[in-house]
Ligand binder design. Structure first.
Ligand SMILES: NC(=O)c1ccc[n+]([C@@H]2O[C@H](COP(=O)([O-])OP(=O)(O)OC[C@H]3O[C@@H](n4cnc5c(N)ncnc54)[C@H](O)[C@@H]3O)[C@@H](O)[C@H]2O)c1
Ligand SMILES: Nc1ncnc2c1ncn2[C@@H]1O[C@H](COP(=O)(O)OP(=O)(O)OP(=O)(O)O)[C@@H](O)[C@H]1O
Length: 532
């Protein structure tokens, strides 16, 4: 199969030079033909020194280029829509199979117990699912939760190739399910919104505790560490040795850590690392578990390595605050022992995807790559002494104009970070939403907002702004936003699953108490005036 890379640039600075030749039905081959025609015209131009013919050929060549570009855009749009439609169809089939199974058993649809019998659901799925290869994978999936095939979906369409690849990589599979303490109440039984028979049942609660159960043993662990810390370096070497000798695990580390380990001893030759960005992009297909040694910054760093699906992260606290690092490094053997066995309670921390749209390129198909944030994106005035001036839209409705130091768009995980410092509420990390928190607004009435997770927020630097604004992502990668530029932000499809020490809520409450000393006050004594 001849496949060329999309979006590379030809000698004219166009993006049509490399196109897949293997899919004649998606329109790419048309644009390729046009591109070849255009190339032939260019060659003819060089060979034919007649001036007016040249002019016509140049015009013709430009027209061809425009048509090829339009065809490419249409084809890519179509491919995206088809993929989306296929995904919705798959979900619909799965849901219908579940409902039919429940009706057989005399239950109403959506009445799905958290402790559902997986075998029964598999049988039902066998009866009702389309018998194609993609759905064979779904037959083995749990139906009351999410399985690793779904949550670690890497966007590939060829499920067979994916299965073969996964097998070769020996990636551990796991099952995620809603978990309710001692589940005997009906409180958490409704997983979907159902309008059938005129009854509206409650939506699945994303704040429910999620439990991860390994279906095959994890085999590969990526260890990520805070730099420039001797205690972290010592712990890292000790932990890797233990994981190799006692758990027979394959270990990946960053190239910097690889250097540190090898300078200590050639014993660590078995440890693996990567050489370039391309290898980082496929890390999620090899790694079963990520271990971080450091503070919250190291968790942010680890999450930022994964531009798509993220393996479960286990964070050992070696920083000062540790909101997202619930495990104690002194007990790492016991912790890892129980995590590798499972089941684990996890917090699914939602991330936001941010696109910077340049005014100069707003009509172009290609924009800059999206940036994923676990905490927040901040748009501020940078070093300018003028007020930041930012126009904000939510799903194209005007929200407000920020005049002050700036604006923080935060996830609920980030609600205890910068947003908190700017006066935003603390929100449990499993509550779905986007916090809209101004930084030092020059207004008496600008209270912070929390918007639903499904919205798209656009922050635009108006043309009458006195200075550019600056965007930063989890406190890093500052980018200037000139007048007319915009930042577009929405929830990303790839959350960061972090292992809990106890469960999502207990861990959150522990961190606001221990980390921030939230509402710490000496208790008032009983001796004194009373109303009774
Ligand atoms: N005024 C502020 O409060 C302020 C200013 C700048 C950056 N920050 C935060 O720092 C983050 C970057 O962290 P870093 O470690 O790379 O930088 P850093 O080394 O400057 O540390 C920032 C502090 O924020 C804490 N932190 C990070 N994420 C947190 C979270 N989700 N909940 C509670 N505390 C959290 C860290 O533990 C650390 O103590 C940014 O995402 C931003 O939220 C806060
Ligand atoms: N593997 C890494 N590679 C490069 N930089 C990293 C890595 N891990 C962490 N960092 C950066 O190092 C800085 C400090 O990390 P971290 O927050 O984990 O430690 P800390 O400052 O000691 O903890 P705390 O903030 O809780 O006091 C952060 O800015 C983070 O982005």
């Amino acid at each position: 199969m001849t496949t060329r890379k999309l979006n590379s640039t030809d000698s004219h600075g166009n993006g049509e030079a490399s196109l897949p030749c293997s899919r004649p039905d998606n329109g790419f081959s048309d644009s390729l033909t046009l591109f070849h025609s255009e190339k032939a015209v260019q060659e003819l131009l060089q060979q034919t020194p007649i001036q007016h013919t040249d002019d016509h050929l140049i015009e013709f060549s430009e027209a061809l280029r425009t048509v090829a570009k339009a065809l490419k855009q249409a084809a890519e749009g179509k491919a995206f829509a088809q993929a989306e439609a296929a995904e919705w169809k798959r979900r619909f089939e799965l849901e219908r199979a579940q409902n039919q199974q429940l009706q057989h058993k005399g239950k109403s649809p959506g009445e799905c117990n958290g402790d559902i019998n997986t075998q029964q659901m598999e049988n039902s799925t066998n009866q009702h699912m389309l018998r194609n290869e993609a759905n064979e994978q779904s037959e083995n999936c749990c139906t009351n939760g999410l399985c690793s095939h779904e949550i670690l979906h890497d966007g590939e369409t060829d499920s067979h190739a994916k299965a073969v690849q996964n097998k070769m990589m020996r990636k551990a599979s796991f099952k995620l399910s809603w978990w309710c303490k001692g589940d005997i109440s009906d409180q958490h039984k409704h997983d979907i919104v159902s309008f059938e028979r005129g009854n509206i049942t409650a939506a699945g609660r994303s704040s429910k505790q999620i439990s991860l159960k390994w279906e095959s043993s994890p085999q590969t662990v990526l260890v990520m560490t805070k730099p420039n810390s001797t205690s972290v370096q010592i712990l890292c070497a000790d932990m890797i040795r233990w994981m190799k000798e006692h758990k027979k695990l394959n270990i990946y580390v960053e190239p910097r850590v690889m250097g540190e380990l090898l300078s200590e001893s050639s014993y660590f030759n078995f440890v693996q690392t990567w050489k370039d960005e391309k290898e980082i992009l496929s890390l999620h297909t090899k790694v079963d578990l990520v271990v971080t040694l450091g503070g919250d910054g190291t968790v942010l760093w680890a999450a930022s390595m994964f531009k798509g699906p993220v393996p479960p992260i286990v964070s050992f606290s070696l920083g000062s605050l540790g909101f997202m690092t619930p495990f104690h490094s002194e007990q790492y053997r016991d912790c890892l022992d129980s995590i590798l066995k499972g089941p684990i309670s996890i917090t699914l921390r939602h991330r936001m995807q941010c696109h910077v749209i340049r005014d100069a390129a707003k009509n172009e198909y290609e924009t800059e790559e999206p940036i994923l944030v676990l905490n927040e994106v901040t748009i501020d005035r940078g070093i300018s002494s003028f007020l930041a001036n930012l126009e904000c839209y939510c799903d194209n409705s005007f929200v407000t104009r920020v005049q002050g130091d700036g604006l923080i768009l935060s996830t609920t995980s980030g609600s205890t970070a910068y947003s908190l410092g700017a006066g935003g509420s603390m929100v449990h990390p499993q509550v779905p939403g986007i916090l809209f928190t101004p930084i030092c607004p020059h207004s008496l009435s600008f209270r912070p907002l929390i918007l639903p997770e499904h919205v798209t927020i656009r922050v635009q630097v108006p043309f009458n702004s006195r200075s550019p604004a600056w965007a930063s992502f989890d406190g890093k990668h500052r980018k200037q936003l000139a007048a007319g530029d915009a930042l577009v932000c929405s929830m990303a499809p790839w959350p960061v699953p972090t292992a809990c020490q106890i469960d999502s809520t207990s861990d959150f409450l522990r961190s606001i108490h221990d980390g921030l000393h939230w509402n710490l006050r000496k208790t008032q004594s009983v001796d004194g005036p009373r109303d009774l």
